[in-house]
Design a protein around this ligand. Structure first.
Ligand code: FPP
Length: 254
């Protein structure tokens, strides 16, 4: 067996019988990129090898999202619960944004991508913050795809944080409890100003939200695949878009 075998990507080959219409592209796609650890384990590799491979898949899916003119791509890269992982894995995950940006930022700038984050930014290590802050600065005027990383993100924390801020604003500003509605409350979330996700993708066969965008996903279409994130591809993304386009969204109506 070739020594390179474990590094081969086993991309699923999908047929081309499904099409993606240019109209009805989801404006906002959110992805729970799951299965990096299992991908690595299957190959007898350390878990971090799965994360590294997953990072390259991020680039591929950004390219596809740009191609299909998705407006916002929100990727769950590190949850508030992920701090419980072994220190070495956390350290590796915290280095990935820097490595990703070091490798791909010029191309992202060329593709008119804007980079932003949601989550408790201040809780990230300084080297992670610096790399991301620099990318945010350099891409702030871009008006193509918004590539939005959820980093140190937890949805319940986000909602509690919003409630506390609303409380403070009611005490200290003109805001009254009667004025408060869903639209105003949404402005207190990290996703302030962004449309809600239309499509949520989760890889690796798990079918749960894991504290991701609990408020914002109220009306999203959910799409699950058994494929592990490092095996995810443009073709599978295309299939998710195609399936999304077959859904009838009724928002509680008929
Ligand atoms: C979940 O898989 C994945 C993560 C916690 C990390 C996701 C991060 C990436 C895909 C790379 C991010 C890239 C950038 C550019 C920041 P898991 O480790 O829980 O997999 P398992 O369930 O198989 O153990």
């Amino acid at each position: 067996m070739s020594m390179k075998f474990p590094f081969f990507r086993t991309k699923k080959v999908t047929d081309d019988s499904f099409k993606v219409e240019e109209t009805n592209i989801p404006r906002h796609v959110a992805i729970i990129m799951d299965g990096n650890g299992r991908w690595a384990k299957k190959r007898g590799l350390p878990r971090i090898a799965g994360h590294k491979e997953g990072m390259n898949v991020v680039k591929e899916i950004v390219k596809a999202a740009t191609y299909y003119k998705v407006e916002i791509l929100t990727l769950y890269a590190f949850s508030t619960e992920n701090w419980k992982r072994p220190k070495s894995e956390v350290e590796f995950l915290m280095k990935l944004p820097k490595e990703f940006l070091h490798t791909y930022l010029p191309e992202l700038i060329e593709k008119n991508v804007r980079i932003d984050t949601i989550g408790e930014f201040d809780g990230l290590p300084i080297h992670t913050k610096e790399a991301i802050q620099n990318a945010k600065e350099q891409t702030k005027d871009n008006d193509g795809l918004l590539l939005n990383f959820a980093l140190n993100y937890g949805s319940r924390f986000e909602i509690m944080r919003a409630i506390k801020q609303v409380y403070t604003d009611i005490e200290e500003t003109e805001l009254t409890i009667d004025q408060l509605d869903e639209e105003i409350f949404s402005e207190y979330l990290y996703t302030q100003g962004l449309s809600d996700p239309d499509l949520l993708i989760r890889t690796s066969g798990e079918q749960r939200l894991s504290n991701f965008l609990l408020w914002q996903l109220a009306y999203a279409e959910f799409w699950f695949t058994d494929v592990l994130w490092p095996d995810f591809s443009e073709e599978i993304f295309k299939k998710a878009l195609h399936d999304y386009q077959q859904r009838k969204r009724r928002y509680g109506g008929i």
